[in-house]
Design a protein around this ligand. Structure first.
Ligand SMILES: [Zn+2]
Length: 403
């Protein structure tokens, strides 16, 4: 892998970041505007079809070389991180600067095909499914969604050497049994239930090993492997079985990065490093080891954990931890998105981690409304020696003093 190239991308990323995309709520109208503005000396745009609600799904092609690389994103409407990175890559490819020799190498040796935002109707609502709320990534066999059909037809036309299947995963996954977010998770999807490794899948595994070695310089410990289950209804598994070395990249969480802008930058580096490695065939030098040694995703992270609180009910005292998460919820009347805190778990959370944690040993809790309940907003008072130490209202922890 070319570590110098990856470092140059890391430190020069700001030059290519598409400034019109600033939050994860990327809409179809945003990307249409950007696609229409692409330089047609470099990019060929072809309409592949329309979504259920008639939104155009466009394929963007650059380069005329032998190595064919197919990149598709946002098959799940609320998973937009890679879509943002794809437009950063378009900016990179369209620029003239110190990277010109790399660009020439890419355009001469590769044919890049991008299908950004496979699910524009889902993106409009910022939800997973398509207009009928069908999960497009479970439609690779039955083919009942126009979006799934477009993805499959595009795949068949390109007949790519490598495919990049780009998603977002639960931001609360950690990398194995650690407290570190799984910022990026990989999978070389299985094409049978035995997990057979043939040349196609082997090449995907080798490239992931190479990408892991690159990420180890920037986010050590924050890399994981997605669960290895064969899912014949999904497109990644299907495409791997059809002979395109397919790599699943899942953008996860990063502390303080609600809009996924840091992970977007990682996607930019990963995809351009992959293209470079595929052209040079240097992924072939990688072993399976880094891939095989990646810890699996594990869901064990909360935004906040209050630990070792006492709660007294009917003369019984129990010691509890409380796991609290901030969640985006849509206000049905205004349509606005609000960040709301919810109690997610009550009890022993000793094998879980919190982005923020308080050890409240010796403190006791009084729920404002009499009882504590999962799913409620945390409205609680935390006391010690009859004195109020913390109040928790509508998700804000205000402390009188910490002792
Ligand atoms: Zn997904």
């Amino acid at each position: 892998m070319d570590f110098e190239f990856a470092a140059a991308l890391y430190y020069n990323y700001f030059n290519y970041k598409e400034e019109l995309l600033t939050t994860k709520r990327v809409k179809h109208s945003d990307i249409c505007k950007l696609i229409n503005g692409l330089d047609n000396n470099i990019f060929q745009i072809s309409k592949q079809g329309e979504s259920y609600c008639g939104r155009e799904i466009n394929l963007v092609n650059a380069g005329t070389g032998e190595k064919k690389i197919f990149v598709w994103s946002q098959m799940h409407g609320d998973e937009s991180t890679a879509t943002m990175a794809i437009f950063d890559i378009f900016n990179f490819l369209g620029r003239r600067d110190g990277f010109d020799s790399v660009r020439k190498k890419i355009f001469d040796n590769a044919s890049l095909y991008f299908l950004p935002m496979v699910n524009p109707d889902g993106a409009e609502q910022f939800r997973r499914g398509n207009y009928l709320d069908i999960d497009i990534n479970r439609d690779a066999i039955r083919m009942q969604t126009p979006e799934g059909k477009i993805l499959r037809e595009t795949f068949d036309i390109i007949d790519a050497d490598f495919g990049f299947n780009l998603h977002d995963q639960n931001i609360r996954y950690t990398s194995g049994n650690s407290h570190k977010n799984a910022a990026i998770s990989f999978l070389a999807p299985l094409f049978d239930s035995k997990g057979t490794i043939n040349t196609t899948r082997g090449n995907a595994i080798k490239l992931i090993s190479g990408l892991t070695s690159i990420l180890n310089s920037y986010i050590p410990g924050h890399i994981a492997r997605y669960e290895e289950d064969y899912e014949p209804r999904s497109f990644g598994d299907t495409f791997q079985g059809l002979g395109t070395s397919t790599i699943l990249i899942e953008s996860g969480g990063w502390k303080g990065d609600r809009e996924k802008q840091f992970i977007r930058k990682l996607n930019f580096i990963l995809l351009l490093s992959s293209i470079n490695s595929i052209i040079d065939n240097d992924y072939e030098k990688e072993s399976f080891d880094l891939y095989n040694n990646l810890p699996f995703n594990k869901e064990s992270l909360y935004d906040l954990i209050l630990r070792n609180l006492s709660i007294k009910r009917e003369d019984k005292i129990s010691i509890i931890d409380i796991g609290i998460n901030n969640k985006e919820e849509i206000d049905e009347t205004t349509g606005n998105t609000n960040m709301i805190s919810r109690i997610e778990e009550i009890g022993d959370l000793s094998n879980f981690y919190g982005h923020e944690e308080y050890n409240l040993d010796g403190y006791y809790i009084e729920p404002n409304k009499g009882r504590l309940k999962i799913g409620d907003k945390p409205e609680i008072m935390i006391k010690k020696d009859e004195q109020l130490k913390y109040t928790f209202e509508n998700g804000d922890l205000t402390h009188s003093s910490l002792q």
